[in-house]
Design a protein around this ligand. Structure first.
Ligand SMILES: NC(=O)c1ccc[n+]([C@@H]2O[C@H](COP(=O)([O-])OP(=O)(O)OC[C@H]3O[C@@H](n4cnc5c(N)ncnc54)[C@H](OP(=O)(O)O)[C@@H]3O)[C@@H](O)[C@H]2O)c1
Length: 244
């Protein structure tokens, strides 16, 4: 797998290149790893597959959590317990819990870390052995996020997902969902075109991620050394995010 051509950039699940029928049948035989499952898009995706394709093989849902217990609680309260799953609840009745337990494995993790921050090594090995399809919906969607946090999740995080997918011996597909074309100040007809490493959306500028990471870290160190309070560091990092 070569980066970045192996990644399918998509705006929305409904994007034309997504052949839903094929994808649904795919899900019958292939275990999926889905990140960002408490979020808007991933939750809709998971619910739809579970509803229209009850023979789905298995979902590993990565949830930002410290341990398995908290991940299971987030799955129950913030995913399955939501109104969105009402039709599934009505369909399965009392057996919903066993259906979910059979089809869905919550995974505690955080994409801003190597190996997606998954500490449970036997579960990690199982995913590397089993997972065929990786769908990355995890992101910070806060428009004025701290620059260091946004870089850690939306840039480094995407790379961690790619590296994790490479370790899945059976991987057939990696889908990275993001919002590539909202950035910048273009006007008129904006064609969708592939972006290459180093290309920036802002003007003709180039972007060097290692430079950005270094610059952010130096800025934080400088502010800390000056004894700037955390609240002001947050504010400075948000300003830097908007500026970059
Ligand atoms: N919504 C749209 O209409 C739309 C349209 C086009 C593109 N997109 C793009 O699609 C992606 C998902 O959008 P969304 O609307 O579903 O976003 P969202 O509702 O804000 O959900 C983001 C998800 O990512 C998770 N997440 C954030 N940081 C994480 C981390 N470090 N590790 C693991 N999980 C993390 C969040 O978990 P927590 O609950 O722990 O915060 C949440 O589950 C984004 O890239 C967005 O730009 C969205």
């Amino acid at each position: 797998m070569n980066y970045p051509s192996s990644i399918i950039f998509q705006h929305q699940i409904s994007c034309k290149i997504w052949n839903w029928e094929v994808f649904c049948s795919f899900s019958r035989t292939r275990p999926f790893l889905v990140t960002g499952a408490t979020g808007y898009l991933a939750k809709i995706f998971v619910e739809k597959i579970l509803r229209v394709q009850p023979k789905v093989k298995k979902f590993y849902l990565l949830l930002r959590a410290a341990d398995a217990k908290s991940a299971a609680e987030r799955l129950r309260d913030e995913v399955i317990g939501k109104e969105l799953f009402r039709v599934l609840r009505e369909k399965h009745g009392a057996s919903l819990q066993s259906f979910i337990s059979e089809k869905v494995t919550p995974v505690a993790g955080d994409i801003s870390y190597e190996d997606l921050g998954v500490k449970d090594s036997s579960l990690k090995d199982e995913m590397w052995r089993e997972v065929d399809v990786v769908l990355n919906f995890a992101a910070t969607t806060d428009f004025d996020e701290r620059y260091d946090v946004a870089l850690g999740i939306n840039t480094q995080g995407a790379l961690h997902v790619l590296n994790f997918a490479k370790k899945c011996v059976n991987v057939k597909m990696l889908v990275h969902v993001s919002t590539a074309y909202v950035c910048g100040e273009d006007a008129g007809l904006i064609p969708e075109q592939p972006y290459h490493m180093g290309m920036a959306k802002k003007g003709d500028s180039k972007i060097d991620i290692n430079f950005e990471k270094k610059m952010v870290q130096e800025k934080i160190n400088e502010l800390k050394l000056e004894g700037v309070p955390d609240k002001e560091i947050t504010s400075a990092m948000k300003d830097l995010g908007i500026e970059r």
